[in-house]
Design a protein around this ligand. Structure first.
Ligand SMILES: *[C@@H]1O[C@H](CO)[C@@H](O)[C@H](O)[C@H]1NC(C)=O
Ligand SMILES: *[C@@H]1O[C@H](CO)[C@@H](O)[C@H](O)[C@H]1NC(C)=O
Ligand SMILES: *[C@@H]1O[C@H](CO)[C@@H](O)[C@H](O)[C@H]1NC(C)=O
Ligand SMILES: *[C@@H]1O[C@H](CO)[C@@H](O)[C@H](O)[C@H]1NC(C)=O
Ligand SMILES: *[C@@H]1O[C@H](CO)[C@@H](O)[C@H](O)[C@H]1NC(C)=O
Ligand SMILES: *[C@@H]1O[C@H](CO)[C@@H](O)[C@H](O)[C@H]1NC(C)=O
Length: 508
């Protein structure tokens, strides 16, 4: 769960070199959803030998998966957050699990080839050797310790920083990137880095990648800034995500993030269904290769060949590749649609809802304003603060399942503080209005709809989830003047959630 920056001139030089060496339009990625072997008593203090014993059990599984991934041609593999040491430690009890990294000067160190430079680097050594032996890029998450320099005004009282850290090794086993999680999720064992890391690393097969961790996906820094300022189109994402329906199940939000930014996202989650943790995937703007499994206790390796998304400069040079991507993408994203003359009637009509029984219900700890879907078809709208949500719908099923349109425009304050603007169509838990907002995984309701809202933020994440937590794509998405619009007709199974989840970062 954390971040690093290289000098700008360095980025430019490497970048041009990569343009010449990008050698095809696809690459093979692997993510491993790992059933982490946990310390049964993580708050008890232990010694380094015992800590290594536990971590080596997890690393043994990593090693098998790296070999399996390499056999399937993978060029990069991502492992989840907390996958080596587990979680729920205290600051003291995690200490024996921490690796030493001579941050930030170590980004050319090869722990497999130069094992004995530093103490307490056994885990890095094994990871580096896996990458080297199997000749692939490897991304893993480890706990790290960094001793304070003299006179560091931010130094914690015990004289050291402890970071939730992602490490990246190239196919030679060289440590090429270190990212320290920025947005910790109640992880008292770790510190937030004194400055946000914006980390980019380079591969010969897909150019540059950005990196962040778990909870970071909900915040501007560093996730959005990597995409907007650093123009990253490929992201690796270790996570340990506890699912929360109806809006924040892992695969649901990973899909939404890749769609919203038009990027490739390689997401590896922990596999612990008993803790609500499952949901990993390889996402392109147009496809998802996912695993969501609440039944099996075993981990899952996902390997997929996906198109490289090149950034703008490269697109100009390789016009064949870029045209394919741009074409398919713009067909999907109907950005900046205007209300055409023939639609004008619809655009106005949708705003005129009949009097509705408005009610309030808690959804993921937020007090949503809702209105039930009562007819076979209709246009309804509801508002909260400055956000108004509009729904045109047509029900295709005969079930009596209750659905509701919900709106929320306020600061979310439970398990993290962040400002949300959301328009959602959800299946309720039962037939009582008070069940709207509950976690639901099964549905039979089929609804054609157009959902839109006048968001105050540009950052709207489109959610579309069907029965059994399966993903679907909207028919169209994007801005129509001041409204963000999602449209969908048809669908193979019942609707759980159709949502526009906006993050108004400035109001956090
Ligand atoms: C870790 O802590 C969380 C939150 O306190 C709790 O829900 C979970 O059960 C704990 N997990 C383990 C493996 O102890
Ligand atoms: C590594 O640990 C050993 C034994 O604790 C110690 O003697 C040595 O000085 C340490 N080396 C470094 C580089 O810290
Ligand atoms: C990998 O290591 C080999 C042998 O040391 C070296 O020739 C090659 O340049 C290295 N490649 C990269 C990408 O570091
Ligand atoms: C939810 O919001 C409404 C409207 O502001 C308010 O009347 C109601 O008391 C709130 N409910 C809760 C549980 O806070
Ligand atoms: C959204 O629409 C409502 C109703 O027209 C309006 O009161 C509100 O100011 C609008 N919000 C924004 C951000 O324009
Ligand atoms: C609906 O739920 C509320 C709150 O749980 C309860 O007070 C009410 O009796 C329920 N209504 C019906 C019809 O079951």
């Amino acid at each position: 769960m954390a971040n690093v920056t290289f000098g700008t001139s360095c980025i430019l030089v490497l970048f041009c070199y990569q343009v010449l060496s990008v050698d095809g339009e696809h690459f093979v990625a692997a993510v491993y959803e790992h059933h982490v072997i946990l310390n049964p008593n993580p708050t008890a203090t232990t010694d380094r030998q015992s800590a290594l014993q536990l971590m080596n059990k997890n690393l043994d599984i990593y090693e098998q998966q790296v070999i399996a991934a390499a056999q399937q041609g993978a060029q990069i593999i991502i492992f989840p957050e907390d996958g080596i040491q587990g979680f729920n430690f205290t600051r003291t009890s995690i200490y024996p699990y921490l690796e030493f990294i001579p941050y930030p000067d170590s980004a050319t160190w090869n722990p497999c080839r130069e094992a004995y430079l530093f103490n307490d680097t056994e885990v890095l050594h094994r990871l580096s050797c896996m990458a080297l032996k199997n000749q692939l890029f490897l991304v893993a998450n480890v706990g790290t310790k960094q001793f304070c320099k003299h006179n560091d005004p931010f130094c914690p009282p015990d004289g050291r920083y402890q970071f939730n850290t992602n490490v990246v090794f190239n196919d030679n086993g060289t440590l090429i990137a270190i990212y320290r999680k920025q947005n910790l999720y109640f992880e008292y064992a770790f510190n937030t880095p004194p400055e946000t890391d914006h980390i980019i690393f380079y591969t010969p097969f897909a150019g540059k990648f950005g990196i962040f961790t778990c909870f970071d996906i909900l915040f501007y820094e560093p996730a959005v800034s990597l995409i907007k300022q650093y123009n990253v189109k490929q992201i690796v994402y270790p996570t340990a995500w506890m699912n929360q329906l109806p809006l924040l199940s892992a695969v649901e939000f990973q899909r939404a993030f890749a769609t919203a930014f038009g990027i490739n996202l390689l997401a590896a989650n922990i596999h612990h269904p008993d803790l609500g943790m499952t949901g990993s995937g390889i996402y392109t703007p147009l496809k998802s290769f996912i695993s969501y499994d609440m039944e099996s206790v075993n981990g899952k390796l996902i390997v997929a060949e996906i198109p490289v998304i090149l950034d703008h400069e490269i697109q100009m040079e390789n016009s064949v590749i870029s045209n394919n991507i741009l074409e398919s993408f713009s067909r999907y994203h109907m950005d900046m649609l205007v209300c055409h003359k023939e639609d004008q009637k619809d655009c106005n009509e949708i705003a005129e809802g009949a009097a509705l029984p408005i009610f309030y219900s808690e959804m993921m700890y937020d007090n949503f304003t809702l209105a039930p879907i009562m007819e076979a078809e209709g246009n309804i709208h509801i508002c909260s603060n400055t956000l108004c949500c509009y729904l045109s719908y047509q029900r295709l099923d005969l079930s009596n399942e209750l659905y509701a349109l919900g709106v929320f425009d306020d600061l979310h304050t439970v398990h993290g503080t962040y400002y949300v603007q959301a328009c959602v169509l959800v299946k309720c838990g039962g037939i009582n209005y008070s069940t709207c907002g509950q976690e639901v995984t099964q549905a039979t309701g089929l609804i054609d709809f157009q959902l839109q809202g006048n968001f105050s933020t540009a950052f709207v994440f489109p959610l579309l989830l069907r029965s059994d937590v399966t993903l679907d794509f909207a028919d169209s998405l994007g801005w129509r003047s001041n409204y963000y619009v999602m449209q969908k007709k048809g669908g193979s199974s019942g609707l759980i959630t159709a949502g526009l989840y906006g993050r108004w970062y400035e109001k956090d």
